[in-house]
Design a protein around this ligand. Structure first.
Ligand SMILES: [Zn+2]
Length: 415
């Protein structure tokens, strides 16, 4: 039986969202949390973008060191040869790539304005796939942008051409959130059957159906005989109305009526990391978690009305589908209500040693303390807010990696 895998795109779709962004250290922490949670692959950035290259390389080093393992780190670029060449120039060790190009008449006509035919699109894509293999990629997948508004026959032709050139997956992008669970099921099932390679589901929430479409699409792909890869983002943060929320997707696959009897994850997904990852992304993006957000909202396990409170006290299953403990909730949290010392870009050694001491981190020498403090100051310059414990611990544990994450040098551009 084919399986479902998670491919999180927070560090690509999430950060390209209007008005939102993450520091390179925050992106790195997200990769670490995704790995802990059992997410199969992180679309971790843009290998053609100059300011990403040191972050992308540093995260590949963390993979080499076994810190980011077994998660796959994959870069997202356009499906043109020039982008592939630039990607390997800026991030030579990149192993996994997704190559994206528009496949709908609307976008081919609307974006290229008559400069490209539909055959040109296929030629660009296969040329890019060939180039990626030639540069030593380990996996190459292709993305059909605006697939939900593309002709099915053309999508099949596009997918078969990708397969012929060795692409490992076809990403079905419902770029505008246009599908519904019934249409996406039919289309993705046909794609899986006729193209014969695993299919990714990339769904958006413009009509409020991103998670529903993702699991309906996954069902279509699996019924068509292939593995399904659901694209998610943490807290659903993504272009416009956002993407399929990671935690809600895990819950929909594992808890919705009868679904998991036949459709299951291909590897262990640790739901107990849900609370931590959602909270961190909320802090890092500076976007509050809505009170009614699935699983992690403040009201997700709150009961007040007489009938509900009485019912849930007698037996939680009266009014709860799953327990809060399963999502890693319920631990008491320490909130400082008195004197507080925080670390910022102008912090000194005494305050910093105090903070690290509270986390039982002690340094060998004053020199070492000063070096770590200097990195913490730089991290603050980029994030403009106090670092969380895990960020401070990361810097203390991997100072050489942190140094790379914090290096932005527009005076020394790689061409
Ligand atoms: Zn998207």
């Amino acid at each position: 039986m084919p399986k479902i895998y998670l491919l999180d795109v927070t560090n690509r779709d999430g950060v390209q969202t209007a008005k939102l962004g993450l520091s390179k250290l925050e992106k790195t922490l997200i990769n670490i949390y995704l790995n802990e949670m059992g997410v199969f692959q992180s679309e971790y950035g843009f290998p053609t973008t100059r300011h990403e290259s040191l972050y992308l390389r540093a995260n590949l080093e963390l993979a080499e060191m076994g810190v980011l393992k077994p998660i796959r780190l994959e870069g997202w670029i356009r499906a043109i040869v020039a982008d592939v060449e630039t990607a390997f120039k800026r991030v030579p060790a990149i192993k996994h790539l997704n190559l994206s190009i528009s496949t709908s008449d609307q976008m081919i006509d609307g974006k290229f304005q008559g400069r490209k035919t539909k055959q040109d699109i296929i030629n660009d894509m296969t040329g890019a796939v060939d180039a990626a293999w030639a540069h030593g990629a380990e996996t190459v997948a292709v993305n059909a942008e605006d697939a939900s508004r593309s002709e099915l026959d053309y999508l099949i032709k596009f997918g078969l051409a990708a397969k012929e050139h060795g692409a490992v997956r076809l990403r079905y992008c419902d770029t505008l959130g246009y599908d519904n669970p019934f249409t996406i099921y039919e289309t993705t099932r046909a794609l899986a059957e006729k193209v014969g390679i695993p299919v990714e589901l990339h769904c958006h929430g413009d009509l409020g159906m991103a998670v529903a479409n993702s699991i309906a699409g996954a069902k279509g792909v699996i019924d068509g005989g292939q593995d399904a890869y659901i694209n998610t983002t943490i807290n659903g943060i993504g272009e416009r109305a956002g993407n399929a929320d990671l935690v809600a997707t895990v819950l929909a696959v594992t808890k919705s009526k009868g679904f998991a009897e036949k459709y299951q994850f291909g590897n262990h997904v640790d739901l107990s990391k849900a609370w931590k990852i959602a909270r961190f992304a909320s802090y890092a993006f500076n976007v509050p978690i809505p009170i009614n957000q699935t699983g992690v909202g403040a009201n997700a396990f709150a009961h007040e009305s007489g009938i509900h409170a009485d019912g849930v006290l007698k037996d939680p299953e009266n009014y709860e589908l799953y327990g809060f403990e399963e999502l890693g909730r319920g631990e008491p949290e320490k909130v400082e209500t008195g004197r507080e010392i925080s670390a910022g870009e102008y912090s000194g050694i005494s305050g910093f040693s105090h903070i690290m001491g509270q986390m039982a981190v002690h340094f060998e020498s004053k020199d070492e303390t000063n070096q770590i403090l200097e990195l913490v100051r730089y991290a603050n310059v980029e994030s403009h807010k106090p670092l969380v414990e895990d960020e401070l611990l990361f810097i203390a544990k991997y100072p050489q990696i942190a140094r790379k994450l914090l290096t932005l040098n527009p005076l020394n551009w790689v061409k």
